[in-house]
Design a protein around this ligand. Structure first.
Ligand code: PTJ
Length: 248
């Protein structure tokens, strides 16, 4: 249906993946709308990965590799768009994978778990009764987490997150890594490392960085993090949006 030479072919294919994910009960109807907001920012970014997104990706990989108990939190949009990369990132960093939904239903949790299994995940936390721990001071369904996963994690990776939970995770003393096309969102601001880029470009790049840095000594990884400043990163990402990311 989508001609290969269509100027917006990539973006249209991403939409198709989400709609397919919606039909397969992975994606919430609201997730389609959330993607539309992301697309608007991506358009302003020139639909390209900026230099600062690349730097943030390196810092994100370093933070995940330095973690003692890293956990990748997966929602419907992430499961539909980048299931393979989620499993690969878990393999590269030793992170565990947990399903955590805003619009939580057990059917969607299981559909997402099964999708991740199909892509080779050995273990998926947070499904059904496993999510028996609670994030304090958070009223959304996202508060229910796995005691062995997000609850016990020191670093949590939260692609496409809502601000409330990011702030609550930070209050719990966790380090948070996110991917969010909106550099002004509360998640983008509250996280310790924010990759301002489209999930579909950022995830393969993050997997590649994680494999490239895996095996480096801790001091080298700590230096990458020490040299990274998320406030500056967000300010530069806003600049990239203003300039249509032409110079990146
Ligand atoms: O699967 P569920 O039930 O957990 O629900 C997931 C959604 C995404 C519906 C839920 O978390 C939600 O409502 O999210 P928000 O608050 O709309 O936030 C989504 C953020 O992700 C916004 O800042 C968007 O700009 C951004 N975003 C959307 N699509 C992408 C994106 N960032 C990166 N890549 C994208 N493809």
């Amino acid at each position: 249906m989508i001609p290969a030479d269509h100027p917006r072919a990539k973006s249209l294919h991403t939409r198709e993946k989400l709609v397919d994910g919606f039909r397969r009960n992975l994606v919430a109807a609201e997730g389609l709308i959330a993607h539309g907001r992301g697309e608007a920012f991506d358009y302003l970014l020139g639909e390209r990965t900026s230099a600062q997104a690349r730097a943030a990706t390196k810092a994100a990989a370093a933070m995940l590799l330095l973690a003692k108990r890293p956990v990748l939190s997966v929602n419907g949009n992430a499961a539909a768009l980048v299931p393979k990369e989620i499993v690969e990132l878990a393999q590269a960093t030793g992170a565990r994978i947990e399903v955590n939904l805003f619009y939580r239903t057990e059917e969607r949790e299981k559909a997402i778990r099964d999708e991740l299994w199909r892509y080779g995940a050995k273990e998926v936390l947070g499904v059904g009764g496993r999510a028996s721990a609670r994030i304090p001071e958070l009223s959304s369904e996202r508060r229910r987490v796995d005691p062995e996963g997000i609850f016990a994690a020191d670093v949590v990776f939260v692609p496409l997150e809502d601000g409330d939970r990011t702030e609550a995770l930070v209050r719990m003393g966790k380090r948070v890594v996110t991917i969010d096309l909106n550099p002004l969102s509360r998640t983008a601001v509250a996280a310790h490392v924010t990759i301002v880029d489209n999930l579909v470009r950022a995830m393969p790049a993050l997997v590649e960085q994680a494999w490239a840095l895996e095996g480096k000594d801790r001091r080298a990884l700590e230096k990458i993090l020490a040299d990274f400043d998320n406030k500056k990163n967000l300010a530069q990402s806003l600049k990239a949006i203003r300039s249509g990311n032409k110079r990146a």
